[in-house]
Design a protein around this ligand. Structure first.
Ligand code: ADP
Ligand code: MG
Length: 456
């Protein structure tokens, strides 16, 4: 068989020996660059066609050839969208060259222009993409979603460390490699260097609707957390088999606020909380790094059968008629150490500063404590954090400050802010000590929590 390279050909497969396509009449190319024999089409995206091919210089080793559909505009003419397509295509080649050494990213084999088309040749990853797997095997369960996250987050971490944002994470762009089951990230066409200016041509969509976060679609900007958002949406899609673009078109970006109502299978509270923090509309409320997600994913008891945290779908709740206990208390294990640490240190130092000011100027412990509780409680509880995180921070402040008050009384420190330079030094030392203590308290509680979830 020989494959027609006219991107618009409705039926590109032709018998060997043909010189012109039987379907569209285009002249057939037997070897691209005298080297790559195109076997059949395997993908048809917005601006590129993807083909399975073989490299005759490498004993007919199979490879993938991607062809830029609007290649004829390569020489500079054409509309903004066409120039953009060329730019994205070149970018894909560049990214593959830089990142393709990673085992879970295809290697770039060649990049060239022929017959007015641009081509990228890359390593073939044998296996199915996750959309095909979803269609064939049905929805993913929690174990498969956890494996996916554990497998892909380190890849995202690597590309983010190299200042690249993929910008098009979705089920179709992840292939499960047949020989070892590992997940491979493909389609770096819209990936972007973090430091490059956002210069999206008007009307050019970067990413896929339903999967792309608001900052990417509306402002053309992307952060590591933009890829994490798309990864969260991918997990949702695979868990439910509901196409995210459907929900997005009906409800806009706010659909992710109640994604749990779409679930048709139970998942653990731990995983649900991780998905909660991958998919907020506001990028500042998301996890900021793949590493932070991995930390939460593996700190938590997860699939430990003794931990009965489970999210139930609406139908299951209905069927159970209230027999399922409500999930009200959230254990400390759901708190991300890396994300809460700066908050804890700020709360520790800030609250001790407040305590020292109150004790120095008001003197009486009773009124000072009351004011301390009101001011600190107000400052912590107006923050946009989950309630259990706020309570946790409050508890850390309380413990830290009890320690400071203990030191005040033990060494009979009176009014350090009114005692000249020595008093000031004492106050600063106490504040630093409080920050350190908050740090130690949070670290220890995370460690104990980890040990407890491992052994009990
Ligand atoms: N390196 C590869 N190995 C195997 N299959 C691939 C490879 N690259 C792409 N494909 C297949 O071709 C499809 C389209 O390729 P992709 O790079 O995602 O292009 P598009 O920009 O059209 O989405 C993918 O969904 C995947 O099934
Ligand atoms: Mg793709």
């Amino acid at each position: 068989m020989i494959c027609c390279l006219n991107p618009d050909c409705p039926n590109p497969q032709n018998p060997d020996g043909s010189h012109f396509c039987l379907s569209c009449g285009t002249g057939l190319v037997y070897l691209l660059r005298n080297r790559y024999r195109i076997i059949q089409p395997i993908g048809r995206g917005g601006f590129a066609r993807t083909y399975l091919a073989e490299d005759i210089d490498k004993l007919n080793e199979k490879c993938v050839v991607k062809q830029l559909v609007r290649g004829q505009f390569y020489n500079g003419g054409g509309s903004d969208a066409q120039k953009k397509a060329t730019e994205l295509f070149e970018r894909e080649a560049k990214r593959l060259q830089e990142l393709g050494k990673h085992d879970q990213i295809p290697t770039l084999l060649a990049y060239f222009k022929e017959n007015d088309y641009l081509y990228v040749v890359q390593e073939l990853i044998e296996g199915q993409n996750l959309l095909q797997e979803l269609k064939q095997q049905g929805v993913f369960d929690e174990t498969k979603i956890r494996q996916l996250l554990n497998d892909l987050l380190p890849v995202l971490n690597t590309i983010h460390e190299q200042q690249v944002i993929h910008r098009d994470i979705k089920a179709e762009n992840i292939i499960r490699r047949q020989h070892d089951g590992k997940l491979v990230l493909i389609d770096f066409g819209v990936s972007k260097q973090k430091t490059e200016a956002a210069n999206t041509a008007p009307g050019t969509i970067i990413g896929s609707l339903g999967y792309a976060p608001i900052e990417q679609l509306q402002l053309g900007t992307a952060y590591p957390s933009s890829d994490l958002y798309s990864l969260g949406i991918t997990c949702f899609h695979l868990l439910t088999n509901i196409t995210p673009s459907q929900l997005w078109m009906k409800q806009g970006f706010s659909w992710t606020n109640n994604w749990r109502s779409q679930l048709s299978q139970p998942i653990s509270q731990e995983l649900a909380l991780i998905l909660d923090r991958l998919m907020p509309e506001n990028h500042e409320q998301r996890y900021q790094s793949a590493q932070a997600v991995l930390l939460d994913l593996n700190v938590q008891p997860g699939l430990n059968p003794k931990v009965p945290h489970t999210i139930f779908s609406p139908e299951q709740l209905f069927q159970s008629r209230g027999r399922i206990p409500q999930q009200t208390n959230q254990s400390v294990s759901h708190i991300s150490l890396s994300e809460l640490l700066p908050g804890a240190v700020i709360v520790g130092t800030g609250s001790s500063f407040l305590a020292i000011v109150l004790l120095s100027f008001l003197g009486t412990t009773l009124i000072s404590s009351g004011l301390w509780l009101i001011i600190l409680g107000f400052l912590i509880f107006i923050q946009s954090r989950p309630l259990f995180e706020k309570s946790y921070l409050f508890l850390i402040a309380l413990l830290t400050n009890l320690f400071i008050v203990f030191i005040f009384q033990r060494w009979q420190i009176i009014n350090p802010l009114r005692s000249g330079i020595n008093g000031l030094i004492v106050a600063v030392l106490l504040i630093i000590l409080a920050g350190l203590l908050a740090f130690i308290l949070l670290g220890t509680s995370q460690l104990m929590n980890k040990l407890m979830s491992k052994y009990f």
